[in-house]
Design a protein around this ligand. Structure first.
Ligand code: FES
Ligand code: FES
Length: 248
């Protein structure tokens, strides 16, 4: 965690990680979440395979306050720029195990289904299944297949991993990261506390808060890129090593 005293908070993206606010002062406009996790945050559980959003080894879960509750989705951290996580919650594979060492039901199911061999893909599969765990009370096979559609495994094979997805709901609910815990007012309130009232302005990146702000920013710099999911633009950085114009 960055414990340096606050400076100009408009210039630093901030997100929640395991209940702590991370102020990402070392992140540029195009630093990926994967780089930030494995570098400054020292969280090496999240793996890099392809660095282009294809293999799922880098999967983490991102939460946001939506419709009076929390919504959690699996994302590829290798093509997700850190400034786009401002005001969100990040959950990594390190977040799941309880402080006393008890595995989360998703992890326990992976162990008992013998769903890992070399293990390189495993954190990504765990996080994709974890997103499903938070989303569906009793996932059906089709739901498990859908949740795993973005993850590749080259040595275990998929049958045991799918089995893990089908059996993960058969374990007792954990205290931390049950569906109820994920939707608790405490989690939502912690996230609401870091929502900003001003525009985030990282060098080369701004997150307009209204359509008018976006229109003004675009008129001032018509060469700007409008970023949505970064599934293309992320690869311009990770694969083509391009310098990008300002991102909005
Ligand atoms: Fe392959 Fe991110 S490293 S999808
Ligand atoms: Fe080796 Fe999946 S366990 S790639």
């Amino acid at each position: 965690m960055d414990t340096r005293p606050p400076q100009d908070s408009k210039r630093f993206p901030r997100f929640l990680l395991d209940g702590e606010v991370v102020e990402a002062r070392d992140a540029t406009a195009t630093t990926t979440l994967l780089q930030y996790l494995r570098g400054p945050l020292g969280r090496c559980g999240t793996k890099e395979g392809c660095a282009e959003g294809d293999c799922g080894a880098c999967t983490v879960v991102v939460g946001e306050a939506r419709d009076g509750g929390m919504r959690y989705r699996a994302v590829n951290s290798c093509i997700r720029f850190v400034p786009t996580l401002d005001g969100k919650e990040v959950v990594t594979v390190e977040s799941l195990r309880a402080p006393d060492g008890t595995l989360h039901p998703v992890q326990q199911a992976m162990v008992e289904a013998h769903a890992s061999q070399c293990g390189f893909c495993t954190p990504g599969f765990v996080m994709s299944l974890f997103a499903l765990y938070l989303d569906a009370a009793e996932p059906a096979r089709a739901g498990v297949l859908d949740a795993l559609a973005g993850n590749l495994c080259r040595c275990t094979g998929y049958r045991p991993i799918i089995d893990a997805g089908l059996r993960m709901r058969g374990y007792p609910e954990p205290d931390r990261w049950s569906r109820a815990d994920a939707q608790s007012p405490a989690r939502r309130n912690a996230l609401l506390e870091i929502q900003r009232k001003e525009t985030l302005q990282v060098k080369g990146f701004a997150a307009p808060r209204t359509l008018n702000e976006l229109a003004d920013a675009y008129a001032a710099q018509p060469e700007s890129l409008i970023l949505a999911g970064a599934t293309d633009i992320g690869l311009w950085v990770t694969k083509q090593l391009r310098e990008l114009p300002p991102i909005r």
